[in-house]
Design a protein around this ligand. Structure first.
Ligand code: ATP
Length: 351
């Protein structure tokens, strides 16, 4: 196991394309760290540099306190699993898992023992004689992990390993992978563009945009205390509502935004009241979303499906949000700020 660190790590592909821009990152021993960001933000390039598949333009990579910039991939004691799994199609599952052990010239008996150990951890004992084409996507992923595991790496680098699975398999594979990682305790860096995956799996998440880390924190910190409007809107579905007011953007999560009816106690000191127009309800089975407009900006409220908000299509309504649930951002830079003044939004409701 090992700490992985990058210092001012940069990858410049051309004058215009700086895929990774002076990234400082420290993944602690045994941690499951997720690199999250939109397509093209630089997360795969960052992972490939850590793995030794891409040469940095500048900066340092340290694994277990040793600078590894000049070490080839196999000398870094890391194991990588990619989206494609890269299994050898003509080899059986057993031979696929044995491949790195053969390369390391381990004797046959020791190979057998290690393969049995990894196969039992990943629950693929029954599949060892099959060829990759005879496996489901989830089983292939487990074989790829087993092949990585037998090398007993210090670090796992995983690049969207679940993206080939359908939504249902994905949820259980996510759970399995997380249990597996906690069991073996190997430091893991996991790349995804899927914020649900990141939130559910990461001990911490690095949110990346245009080659920069926008925020590094626990899922709770990222969700509740976003550092800027990029993080606030990239994480969470639907994203945080942002309503401009003066030189600020006032933000609140859809689930913190609820309809005020005649019997809701009106405590204007702790609740900001907001008048909305053009409300429209969307029923989603487990929940409902109410879309509406404040000062020309679309906002959304998320409610349990069984709540009758009594909102007619296209109507006006009054919503509330606890002041403690408001977040404030600089309208120009998007950075989180302390509130400059008490927000009023659609002021008429704040008598
Ligand atoms: P995705 O989720 O789509 O895989 P990503 O966040 O992993 O995206 P990268 O693959 O790291 O993004 O790419 C970051 C930027 O670097 C992109 O603008 C990409 O076009 C560019 N890039 C990546 N590899 C190369 C390369 N070999 N040559 C030139 N530009 C590259």
């Amino acid at each position: 196991m090992a700490v992985v660190e990058t210092r001012k790590l940069t990858k410049r592909f051309s004058d215009e394309v700086v895929a990774v821009n002076e990234i400082d990152l420290r993944c602690v021993d045994g941690e499951f760290l997720v690199l999250l960001g939109p397509s093209g933000c630089g997360k795969t390039t960052l992972l490939r540099m850590i793995g030794g598949l891409e040469q940095p333009t500048s900066g340092e990579i340290l694994i277990a306190d040793r600078v590894v910039n000049n070490l080839p991939p196999r000398a870094r004691q890391i194991a990588m699993v990619f989206q494609s799994y890269a299994l050898y199609p003509h080899m059986s599952v057993y031979e696929n898992i044995a491949f790195p052990l053969k390369a390391a010239k381990l004797d046959k008996a020791a190979q057998r023992e290690k393969i049995a150990w990894a196969a039992s951890i990943l629950g693929i004992d029954e599949l060892l004689k099959r060829k990759p084409r005879q496996l489901s996507g989830g089983q292939r992923q487990r074989v790829a992990l087993a092949r990585a595991l037998v090398r007993e790496p210090n670090v796992f680098l995983l690049d969207e390993p679940l993206s080939n699975l359908d939504a249902q398999r994905r949820a259980s594979a996510r759970d399995e992978l997380q249990v597996f990682q906690k069991d073996i305790g190997t430091t893991t860096i996991y790349v995804t563009h899927d914020q649900v995956e990141a939130m559910g799996m990461g001990d911490r998440i690095a949110v990346i945009d245009s080659g920069h880390i926008r925020q590094l924190g626990t899922p709770h910190e990222i969700y509740e205390e976003p550092a800027d409007t990029f993080v606030a809107t990239f994480v969470g579905s639907p994203p945080m509502n942002l309503v401009p007011e003066g030189d600020e953007l006032v933000g609140f999560r859809p689930e913190a935004f609820y309809p005020i009816t005649a019997d809701t106690p009106s405590d204007t000191s702790s609740v900001l009241r907001v008048n909305v127009i053009n409300a429209r309800e969307e029923y989603l089975g487990s929940e409902k979303l109410i879309y509406a407009e404040v000062n020309g900006i679309r906002v959304v409220s998320r409610l349990p499906a069984n709540v009758d908000a009594g909102i007619a299509e296209g109507s006006s309504a009054t919503f509330g949000v606890l002041r403690s649930n408001l977040r404030h951002f600089n309208a120009e830079t998007g950075l989180r700020v302390q509130p400059g003044r008490v927000p009023v939004l659609s002021g008429a409701a704040n008598a």
